[in-house]
Design a protein around this ligand. Structure first.
Ligand SMILES: *[C@@H]1O[C@H](CO)[C@@H](O)[C@H](O)[C@H]1NC(C)=O
Ligand SMILES: [Zn+2]
Ligand SMILES: [Zn+2]
Length: 428
């Protein structure tokens, strides 16, 4: 017992001394990294990568050309990687190969949106657009790869660069983990562009940051007939109307007002003629929650509400949560230690006012799967610039990115990784 105590203390003081030293040396390296990334040749390279990816957006699990571009760049930087992981995913490795292993993550997929921004590098694929900035995420991680590779002799462990498919609703992160891509990785960091905060700033928070998300569709089966004789039919449209109202009560009447939950109906489809009661109607929506109890509760009550409301109106209902194909996302919960670590590095890079406190919202992000498995921190990185008009929200067809974010993200990725390895390097 005594011996154990002594050993622990000796380790503690070693660790403390080590990390204080590490923070000092890393401070100058951090600034150096940002300077390198802002160098005009480096910046031009980043912009050209981002624009290439932007011109050829690919949807979830179809990111074949994006994946190829990533591998080509890694090849030319002389960086080893594993591929394919989860269809199109790439996991690169920089450093000694020894522990600790630290993960940096970028998602690769685009959205089924028609770009409405008129500019030289507008999407060349009809109906597809990088409207969530994943083109910038890939670019910033490739930028980090270049910075890390240049400093590979200084790495006190290994950085794993995780390029994942299918963030937009398809749980790509879940599949990366399932295929073992994250085995052995001790902690992970991820960035998402954010047009609500200025370029050159980042924001995040410890603990809960984003919501968990599930989906459902339902079919209400009635009995079609002439609209003039409703008594001879079973009206599924009325049943649906009452069901939608009833579903709103789950949050307003059954949820502790201090707990965050959402149930929203996003589509309704039924009937074709003004004088016909249709046979069936379809509808669906999303529900948001902050923990697994809330998830189970919402799922059960949504099913009950739809089935019983249909029954009240002499109809029947089938509810589908589509979980085989569309795995629900857990809430994104940042590890307080990892958050503090990244915040400190961010402040060194961007100044004390460069790191803001994130206002929680009920959006969802599959980075949450990594955060379930290991200490993780997810940061938003600002792209707002009034001059550039990069002020439109994520998923807007008018979405524009201030490309000055690219060197900032690359340097932040690299610095967070380098200093994590410095602090957590095994004591020999
Ligand atoms: C916004 O963009 C313009 C044009 O590229 C640039 O001159 C300016 O410095 C940027 N402002 C900020 C706050 O980044
Ligand atoms: Zn998105
Ligand atoms: Zn996104």
């Amino acid at each position: 017992m005594t011996r154990f105590f002594f050993l622990t203390c000796a380790l503690c003081s070693l660790l403390l001394r080590d990390s204080a030293y590490a923070l000092e040396t890393e401070s100058s390296l951090t600034r150096e990294l940002l300077e390198s990334a802002k160098d005009s040749e480096f910046l031009d390279w980043l912009k050209s990568l981002r624009r290439k990816i932007h011109e050829y957006p690919e949807l979830s699990f179809e990111e074949h050309e994006t994946s190829r571009l990533i591998r080509t760049e890694l090849d030319s930087l002389g960086i080893e990687y594993e591929w394919p992981v989860a269809e199109t995913g790439v996991v690169a490795r920089i450093g000694s190969g020894a522990q600790p292993w630290f993960g940096l993550r970028a998602d690769m997929d685009a959205l089924p949106i028609q770009e409405l921004v008129e500019w030289k590098h507008k999407s060349k694929v009809n109906g597809k657009m990088h409207a969530c900035g994943h083109d910038a995420h890939v670019t910033m991680l490739l930028g980090a790869a270049k910075l890390l590779q240049k400093n590979r002799d200084k790495l006190k462990g290994t950085v794993k660069l995780v390029f994942q498919p299918g963030e937009e609703g398809h749980a790509g992160a879940y599949h990366m983990i399932k295929e073992g891509a994250l085995d052995g990785v001790q902690a992970i960091f991820g960035l998402h562009v954010d047009p609500s905060i200025p370029t050159g700033t980042v924001s995040s928070k410890a603990g809960p940051m984003l919501a968990g998300s599930g989906r459902f569709t339902a079919v209400i089966q009635g009995k079609g007939g002439h609209a003039a004789s409703p008594h001879k039919a079973r009206d599924p449209i009325l049943a649906l109307s009452m069901t939608i109202l009833a579903l709103q009560q789950i949050v307003s009447r059954e949820t502790n007002p201090l707990e965050a939950r959402v149930v929203s109906i996003g589509y309704v489809q039924g009937g074709e003629a003004l004088n016909v009661i249709p046979e069936t109607v379809k509808f669906g929506g999303t529900f948001r929650f902050m923990n697994s109890e809330s998830y189970s509760y919402l799922k059960q009550r949504i099913k009950e509400m739809i089935e019983t409301q249909a029954a009240v109106h002499q109809c029947s209902a089938v509810v589908d949560f589509m979980e085989e194909k569309l795995i629900p996302y857990p809430a994104t919960i940042n590890d307080p230690g990892m958050y503090q670590h990244a915040k400190k590095v961010g402040e060194k890079l961007l100044g004390e006012h460069g790191v803001k406190l994130y206002q929680m919202m009920m959006g969802a992000e599959d980075f949450s799967f990594y955060a379930q498995k290991m200490p993780a921190a997810f940061f938003m990185i600002g792209t707002r610039n009034e001059t550039m008009k990069s002020v439109k929200g994520l998923h807007s067809p008018h979405f524009v990115i201030d490309e000055d974010v690219l060197p900032v993200g690359a340097a932040l990725h690299a610095s967070v990784a380098i200093s994590y390895l410095d602090i957590h390097a095994e004591i020999k």
